[in-house]
Ligand binder design. Sequence first.
Ligand code: IMP
Length: 428
Amino acid sequence: MAAVAVVGAQWGDEGKGKIIDLLAQEADVVARYQGGNNAGHTVVVDGKTYKLHLIPSGILYPGTQCIIGNGVVIDPFVLWDEMENLVQQGVDISGLKLSENAHLIMPYHRVLDKLEEAHRGDKKIGTTGRGIGPAYVDKVGRIGIRLGDILDEAFLTELLEVILPQKNKEIQFYGGEPLELGKIVEDYFQIGQKLAPYITDTSRLLNEAIDVGRKVLLEGAQGTLLDIDHGTYPYVTSSSPIAGGATIGLGIGPTKIKKVVGVVKAYTTRVGEGPFPTELHDEDGEALRNIGAEFGTTTGRPRRCGWFDSVMVRYAVRVNGLDTLAITKLDVLDQLPKIKICVGYKLPDSDEVLTEFPTRLNVLAKCTPVYEELDGWQEDTTSAKHLEDLPMAARRYLARISELVGSEISIVSVGSDRRASLKLNSIF
Ligand code: IMP
């Protein structure tokens, strides 16, 4: 048995937390491979709500090992809060393991994230302000601090003596106040001592688990269109949410990934700036936002909402090598009389219909969607357990999506509760 990767196939917020939670019932190990506390999963179990930003939702199953891989950027204080909250809610976190090579979000990353956004003015990205981008910049610039580094106070001091003056210069360039070395060393060494029992070589752990045939889930955060290479650059996050990111972010070879599951919402949402061809500015958009409770888990920002974009998801099928889809929030469409699917894009002054996703931002920004309109079902789907329980129009909608994007569908989610899911094919 090899590993199964679960990735977002839109702009994030596809409901990966719910799908991971569902699949984690069968898994032995859940490993997160990129992003940081820019992500947020809400998992509802028996009416109890858990909000997670860093720790894989598999932690809610006793005995499941949960790994935060080297590709994740960790704000250690946020992580510690999340660990404490889970313990207070009665969750056993002894199965949590943290990669010693994961890079840390430092105080200057949070400061720079906000200052850089302000500097961009109307070209701002709309980041979550958590310091994610600046932390990845330092990782690639080879001036990052890793989780293992904060276990040794003298070594941490040595590193920061070189790095901090450079970071303070950047902060001052944007008009901010420089930070003090002693306080950072003290805070990070102390939090390192608390996290120490959980820190290890997670690549080794994970490879051993795969080799002995344990069921392993690889959890992506954000989504394909936010990928630093394959997303709508520069309106992206600074990591690789696509399936390929799992190998780098966890230290496993690509041959270990047996299946890739793409999670998509039955419509489309986006937070932050950047082009979004099917965005709705009318009452349909409002309805999707209100019925779907489309407000960010991390920042509370209202999400931009629009129709399902099959051109974009077909692109996600390609760059991830998706084997199958999990469709979430189908129930949000329950009361709509008509539902649209984007099947192509038009450019101004041209009759040509593009059916391949344009990767140049200035082309994408000019695209207007070409829609196909389907009848809604105007029936409640939230208690459906099997495909046959869904109204015919809902089944037609799913079949059309599957045909257009070129991928089968294995899971359909019709509500936030763990049980509100239809499993059409097995994943492991
Ligand atoms: P950053 O990841 O905070 O640098 O933000 C970069 C872009 O990614 C912004 O448009 C954010 O709104 C978006 N983003 C980051 N994390 C998430 C997420 O978990 N869901 C949806 N959008 C996200």
